[in-house]
Design a protein. Structure first.
Length: 304
């Protein structure tokens, strides 16, 4: 686990980028059953194995917001004193990359409920066929915290000696992305367009940053990412980014095409701002037309 310092020195946000975490973010039918994920990469422990894979069980369905909240909790666990209690406000500030952020009472209750949901979720990862990690089993509470009340305020504390199993697994895979806090907010110094820091923008920013970090990583073989806002699988189930982030649902009565256009404008604004700041380096991007589901195509090495 990352070395713990004073919480005031936390300046980087950790994103879990292991395959299991990415499946939990994307799919909604994984809870209550045994799931198997195929792995790739250099073999370390069992070079004679025919294939690397891991199996996992999770007791609850987690939303994209749940997973971002878990990333924030891990960031706090890794960067702050392990025995220091924290509030939902601390998690909200870390998610936004701003330690001055203020939240409403409603948002505080939402984050508290999310933390309690994660604390009530169990996860088991059987990794005996995964040659890239250091142990065969990762198990326990998804987020090992306890809630107490003090002067009418909810306080959360990490349980001593316990870790977050999915994050320990990602550590052993070296699949924790670190993003500077400044990327999580709009800094005028970077000539960025200022946005309303609501859930839609916050989750959209987190999603784009994770995809960009994958492309920017110098040893990564991925050269292009296509992010479609409207997309269906072979069975006709909605699985585009609007559904992944929870921006719209299956029962949504809104004009989803209009929502997609609005979200696509936000994507362009974020990418334009990051390009002006120099963050994107040589990455190039092109907006997708409505016939391709809206969204964006991002490529490295001058590919379009």
């Amino acid at each position: 686990m990352a070395r713990r310092n004073s919480r005031r020195q936390v300046d980087r946000f950790f994103m879990n980028n292991c395959k299991i975490a990415n499946e939990l973010r994307k799919y909604r039918d994984l809870a209550g059953c045994l799931n198997q994920v195929a792995l790739s990469g250099e073999r370390v422990r069992r070079p004679s194995a025919a294939a690397d894979y891991a199996e996992y069980y999770i007791s609850e369905t987690l939303s994209y917001l749940d997973m971002v909240t878990a990333n924030a909790a891990y960031t706090l666990m890794a960067g702050g004193p392990p025995d220091a209690p924290f509030q939902a406000d601390d998690i909200a500030r870390i998610m936004a990359g701003s330690m001055e952020r203020r939240i409403t009472a409603k948002k505080r209750e939402e984050i508290e409920a999310c933390l309690e949901k994660l604390a009530g979720t169990e996860i088991y990862i059987l990794a005996d066929h995964d040659s890239q990690v250091e142990q065969d089993l990762y198990e326990g509470t998804f987020l090992p915290v306890e809630r107490t009340e003090k002067e009418g305020k909810a306080l959360f504390s990490f349980r001593p000696g316990e870790q977050m199993p999915l994050y320990l697994y990602a550590e052993h895979h070296r699949q924790l992305i670190q993003v500077p806090f400044c990327r999580l907010r709009d800094d005028g110094g970077d000539r960025q367009t200022r946005h309303n820091n609501n859930d839609r923008m916050l989750l959209l920013r987190h999603y784009l940053l994770q995809e960009l970090e994958i492309l920017l990583y110098q040893n990564n073989k991925v050269e292009e990412q296509q992010i479609r806002l409207l997309k269906k699988d072979r069975e006709g189930n909605e699985m585009g980014l609007l559904w992944t982030l929870g921006i719209v649902g299956a029962e949504e009565a809104k004009d989803v095409a209009a929502v997609a256009r609005s979200v696509q404008r936000s994507i362009r604004q974020l990418l334009d701002s990051w390009q002006r700041s120099g963050y994107l380096g040589g990455l190039q991007y092109q907006m997708l037309p409505d016939k391709e589901g809206f969204g964006v195509r991002i490529a490295s090495g001058g590919r379009q």
